[in-house]
Design a protein around this ligand. Structure first.
Ligand SMILES: CC(C)(COP(=O)(O)OP(=O)(O)OC[C@H]1O[C@@H](n2cnc3c(N)ncnc32)[C@H](O)[C@@H]1OP(=O)(O)O)[C@@H](O)C(=O)NCCC(=O)NCCS
Length: 182
């Protein structure tokens, strides 16, 4: 994973109808631990991590890096969105230099099913299209991850390829502000 590139970070908090996308703060630490310790959240992304290990290893201000947005609902973190450049050796690339940005999303289970992830990801993609115009964004998920697949389709990602990795079928999709309808 490498840095996103020449973007000013952090941007001013991004407000949507119901949410704020912002840089992480010390008060988000408990929610970060919840996210990584949750078996539901980890089901398709490598599993939950032991809570006591997280309590020891998660920094005082977790997740403070370019491309990582905390998603805030009424002052509390409900999830996170990442835009990173990923390893070139992984499959599913659309650019010859394989240096695309990749979108990731993780929300606390109690926040699922209300459209928050869709609302926040759309805002993050808008921000990305603004700071790095004409750049595609990749997304990879297991095909068995129904919620992630539905969200990818809703956001306007289209299939690049399917491949086997980590013992499961994976889906790779691409989004572009040029071809996106919004
Ligand atoms: C993937 C993940 C972010 C999707 O979350 P989600 O809440 O299902 O996604 P959305 O924000 O798109 O919400 C969709 C649901 O909200 C419902 N909804 C309710 N109110 C809504 C509103 N006001 N606006 C839009 N949708 C609304 C939709 O009907 C939809 O329901 P459905 O799933 O039954 O069809 C979440 O499941 C997650 O964090 N998973 C664990 C981590 C993970 O696997 N990440 C993917 C790695 S690639």
């Amino acid at each position: 994973m490498t840095e996103l590139g020449p973007v000013a970070w952090p941007p001013a908090p991004i407000r949507t109808e119901r949410l704020v996308l912002r840089e992480s703060e010390a008060r988000d630490r408990t929610a970060f631990i919840e996210l990584f310790a949750s078996p539901e959240v980890g089901a398709y992304i490598g599993g939950a991590r032991p809570r006591d290990e997280l309590e020891r290893s998660v920094p005082e201000v977790p997740g403070r890096r370019p491309g990582l947005f905390v998603v805030d609902l009424e002052g509390a973190m409900i999830g996170m969105i990442t835009l990173d450049r990923r390893d070139a050796e992984r499959p599913g690339h659309v650019r010859p230099d394989a240096g695309e940005a990749e979108l990731g999303y993780m929300f606390l289970p109690e926040a699922w099913g209300r459209g928050y992830a869709a609302e926040a990801c759309a805002a993050a993609l808008d921000w990305f299209a603004d700071v790095l115009p004409d750049e595609p964004v990749l997304l990879r998920t297991q095909t068995a991850n129904d919620r992630a697949m539905r969200l990818a389709a809703k956001l306007g990602f289209t299939e690049v390829e399917r491949f086997e990795a980590y013992g499961a079928e994976q889906w790779s999709g691409v989004w572009s502000s040029v071809t996106s309808s919004d």
